[in-house]
Write a protein that binds this ligand. Structure first.
Ligand SMILES: [Zn+2]
Length: 250
């Protein structure tokens, strides 16, 4: 089965999200907070018409550790963009148009009432072409610095995750070799009514599924339109209602 570097761009975001869910990197997006539940690709109108269309790529419901003056709980919404980086350090399939489209999606999430919004670039490195301190990183860093400047004036957070597989390994070696850096921290926004209603419904689903060796992962089944549950260590998530299997590949 193809590795992420070869997956068609249209499928790559969904596959990348699911691959991260079965690897410890998934916890990076929770910061220092406790992860209560995750939701993947849920349409904003999944619980009835509300004037919004389109999916939210990834949602994390978080609870704070018991530290005074910290926000007790909140929900992060993520807009995910993937791109490949070839051996010359050229970032492919994530041109400025696609990046700006990502920012517009974040604005839509803000209009929907999301309280903390992140744009995430997942950069999938060509196999065996990168070593730490390689000069090609300057080229990559320049692109990421330009993007950081575009996000800074907004309310959104911005972060980057690098994924690469080695000959015999899985795809997350780079995640460990190049630890996550903070690019832009998002601002805490007041929660809006449509988002509150939407996430209350998701929380209800998650509550029924319960926490079993990890948080429940809710996802939208494109086959039957229901919201089944998966878990963090599942290789190929299956819809419990209709049996549809998400092709995540090895
Ligand atoms: Zn289904």
């Amino acid at each position: 089965m193809p590795k992420l570097f070869e997956v068609y761009p249209q499928q790559r975001e969904e596959v990348a999200i699911w691959k991260m869910m079965r690897h410890p990197v998934f916890i990076d997006f929770a910061g220092n907070y406790m992860l209560r539940w995750v939701a993947i690709n849920i349409p904003m109108n999944a619980f009835g018409r509300n004037g919004f269309e389109g999916d939210i790529d990834l949602i994390y419901s978080l609870a704070a550790p018991p530290i005074p003056n910290t926000h007790p709980s909140y929900i992060r919404a993520f807009e995910i963009k993937t791109a490949t980086v070839d051996g010359n350090g050229t970032i492919k399939s994530l041109d400025s148009t696609k990046f700006e489209h990502g920012l517009r999606q974040c604005e839509k999430l803000q209009a929907f009432g999301a309280e903390m919004i992140f744009l995430i670039d997942i950069l999938i490195l060509e196999q065996g072409k990168f070593i730490i301190n390689d000069p090609v990183w300057e080229k990559v860093d320049k692109t990421l610095a330009d993007r950081t400047k575009l996000v800074e004036p907004t309310s959104f957070g911005y972060n980057v995750k690098f994924l690469q597989y080695l000959e015999e390994g899985d795809e997350f070696q780079a995640g460990m070799m190049y630890p996550p850096r903070d690019y832009v921290l998002g601002k805490h926004l007041p929660i809006g009514e449509p988002f509150k209603l939407f996430t209350d419904k998701l929380a209800e689903h998650a509550g029924k599924a319960g926490f079993k060796n990890g948080p429940p992962i809710l996802f939208f089944c494109k086959e039957c339109g229901k919201i089944p549950v998966s878990r963090t260590n599942v290789r190929n998530p299956v819809c419990e209602y209709c049996g549809y299997t998400i092709p995540v590949h090895d």
